[in-house]
Design a protein around this ligand. Structure first.
Ligand code: IPM
Ligand code: MG
Length: 362
């Protein structure tokens, strides 16, 4: 089969991790008889430098027409000043919003050979395996008004958290559907003891649970969830939350996998269904790590595993996705590690080498 893939390396370590991942992808193509036609584009700080905007119109157009978008990371400290008008992050936010990629799936697994790479006790993390479903196109990230202005008493700022019933329903439904194919346990995260948006969230989730009598729904406050994630992460099977809570909790959850460099993600425009190919954006959950850029250091595994999710959800290639995931496990079992998951007696390799090792095993 033939697929059109848009590749957006972005900033910092982005070009290195996507480069390693594209090598693995092309090896999958050769081995399994598929053609992946790649279109490279600019996003984030790299796009601002070259074109003045973080998401050039032709990149958006190409992405709409593609089977999937594979992204590295965006973010560059030179745009960090509070006064900056356009930011690299606006590129990825616009892409998510314009393609209506409301469902962000972040699977969290503690692989047995990486138990020592985590900061937690082995008995706490051994066997952790859940999927975090983060709402991606609403809430504080996009709500209006959103601004900063001067008043006689100094500056003031406002961000707006807003959610509608259909927005909540469609993302909680993704949670229920995924739970149905797993351990049938869904935790819905909110702050219903304080926030009105969360009260609506809880109401909609409770109502929807009537259509999923086979799935056990548990409501959990966001502060309690952050505690439970490190106290007893094996409690979780599928977690669903609004955008900002999901951003924060998934960084925390990545520590269960040993490193941010291990956490993949898929952003989809609908419920993933077997046999149905959906347009998706695939990117590691981590950032552009500017301090590691250009050093052939960064861990490409989160991006490689994101690409495996791409094969599964956007290309309908489940067997190939499994081959990539198994290849990653093989390479780790053989003792190869990037610096972030390095452990005594293991063999430290760089970004490129890790990519080559995985490609050699697919
Ligand atoms: C993530 C990132 C992004 C987000 C940034 C880069 C805008 O932290 O994907 O989790 O906040 O969504
Ligand atoms: Mg984040």
């Amino acid at each position: 089969m033939k697929f059109h893939i848009v590749v957006l390396p972005g900033d910092g370590i982005g070009p290195e991790i996507t480069g390693a991942t594209v090598d693995v992808l092309q090896t999958v193509g050769k081995k399994y008889g598929h053609t992946f036609e790649l279109y490279h584009g600019l996003i984030g700080g790299a796009a601002i430098d070259a074109t003045g905007v973080p998401l050039p119109p032709n990149v958006l157009k190409m992405s709409r027409k593609s089977d999937a978008v594979l992204m590295g990371a965006v973010g560059d400290p030179k745009f960090d000043a509070p006064g900056t008008k356009v930011r690299p992050e606006d590129g990825i936010l616009a892409l998510r919003k314009k393609l209506e990629l409301f469902a962000n799936l972040r699977p969290v697994k503690t692989l047995p050979m990486l138990v020592n790479a985590t900061n937690l006790k082995p008995e706490v993390v051994e066997g952790v395996d859940f999927i975090f479903v983060r709402e991606l196109t609403g809430g504080l990230y996009f709500g209006r008004p959103k601004k900063r202005w001067q008043t006689p008493k100094g500056w003031r700022a406002v961000d707006t958290m807003t959610y509608s019933e259909p927005e909540i329903e469609r993302i909680v439904r993704v949670g229920f559907e995924l739970a149905r194919g797993r351990q049938k346990k869904l935790v819905s995260v909110d702050k219903a003891n304080v926030l009105e948006c969360s009260r609506l969230w809880r109401q909609v989730a409770t109502e929807l649970s009537k259509s999923y009598p086979d799935v056990e729904l548990e409501h959990m406050l966001v502060d309690a969830t952050s505690m439970r994630l490190i106290q007893n992460p094996k409690h979780f099977d599928v977690i669903v939350s609004e955008n900002t809570f999901g951003d924060i909790l998934t960084d925390e959850a990545s520590m269960l996998a040993g490193s941010m460099g291990m956490l993949p993600s898929a952003s989809l425009a609908g419920v993933p269904q077997e046999g149905v190919r959906t347009l998706g954006l695939y990117e590691p959950a981590h950032g552009s790590a500017p301090r590691r850029a250009g050093l052939n250091m960064a861990n490409p595994i989160a991006t490689i595993l994101s690409m495996a999710m791409m094969l599964r959800y956007s290309c309908g290639l489940d067997r190939e996705a499994q081959a990539v995931e198994a290849a990653v496990i093989d390479v780790l079992n053989e003792g190869y590690r990037t610096y972030d998951i390095m452990d005594e007696g293991k063999k430290q390799v760089g970004t490129r080498e890790m990519g080559e090792l995985v490609a050699g095993k697919v």
